[in-house]
Design a protein around this ligand. Structure first.
Ligand code: NAI
Length: 256
């Protein structure tokens, strides 16, 4: 593709695999992470997100071609408010903060890492999800802190993120910036390992029935992300792509 791509969560897992995949095509990647990245920033805080946006804008020369939001924390991470802060606000603030920079890029596109777990329980009107979508960080962190439920923190953050992507399709499309999400199932990364090792989440992950019979690899998710970002995805916009070995289809066969 050969352009400039920013990737949050570039130091590990899906973000690192996406970096490698895009670099082999000639992209220059600006990684954003708490470690091992061109831009070191903590996306759990408002200041960290602002400094990340500023640094990416500067390092890209004010013109960004592609953006991947992969930084995230698993359902095993405590406190749950940290999961909400990184997974939702750490994605949406960077996305919105770089909208103008993307508009100046060439055939610009962005991909957000959602999750196939985002629809696994009814969450449409949960106070936590509504607070996220209202972009009320204080309220969202308070609600999920009081619930003290890291699994809900994770599922709700990804559910709201999917809706945040779809809500932006009109404005972003008319501005010429494509925006999509991928919704992976279990992929072998440190995040999944953390979920598997945790007594509260480990059994649920191990009990997952995967029709294709195995856990996914980060490179397989990177392949879909590269497709969505590149010329083959030129008419794909506002969509959420499941990539989960068939897990979602088996759990919710009659809904899509
Ligand atoms: P990972 O743990 O391998 O990588 C996550 C990266 O995010 C790490 O490099 C980490 O340092 C960075 N990060 C965490 N907190 C941060 C912060 N406060 N500021 C900046 N960077 C921070 O995880 P993985 O599996 O590659 O996950 C990537 C994305 O894919 C996440 O959003 C995750 O929710 C999503 N996902 C992963 C699945 C899986 O089974 N691995 C399944 C579905 C979605």
């Amino acid at each position: 593709m050969s352009g400039i791509t920013a990737i949050t969560g570039s130091a590990s897992g899906i973000g690192a695999a996406t970096r490698k995949r895009l670099e082999t095509e000639g992209d220059r990647v600006i990684g954003v992470d708490v470690r091992d990245a061109e831009v070191i920033a903590d996306l759990s805080t408002r200041e960290g997100r602002q400094s990340a946006v500023k640094a990416v804008d500067e390092q890209s020369g004010g013109r960004l071609d592609r953006l991947v939001l992969s930084a995230g924390l698993g359902a095993h991470v405590r406190p749950p408010s940290r999961v909400a802060a990184v997974n939702y606000f750490g994605a949406v603030d960077v996305l919105d903060g770089l909208f103008g920079t993307l508009q100046k890029g060439a055939d610009p596109a962005a991909v957000v890492l959602c999750s196939n777990s985002a629809q696994m329980m009814p969450m449409d009107d949960l106070p936590y999800v509504l607070a996220l979508l209202d972009h009320d960080e204080g309220r969202a962190l308070k609600v999920i802190g009081e619930a003290d439920d890291p699994v809900l923190a994770y599922l709700g953050s990804k559910h709201a993120l999917g809706r945040a992507v779809r809500r932006r399709a009109g404005e972003w499309g008319r501005a010429g910036v494509r925006l999509n999400a991928v919704a992976p199932g279990p992929v072998m990364t440190p995040l999944l390992q953390g979920d598997m090792d945790d007594p509260r989440t480990g059994q649920a992950v191990r009990d997952l029935k995967i029709p294709l019979g195995r856990i996914g690899r980060p490179e397989e998710i990177a392949e879909l992300i590269a497709f969505l970002l590149g010329p083959s995805g030129a008419w794909i916009h506002g969509s959420i792509y499941y990539i989960d070995g068939g897990v979602d289809a088996e759990i919710r066969p009659d809904r899509f």
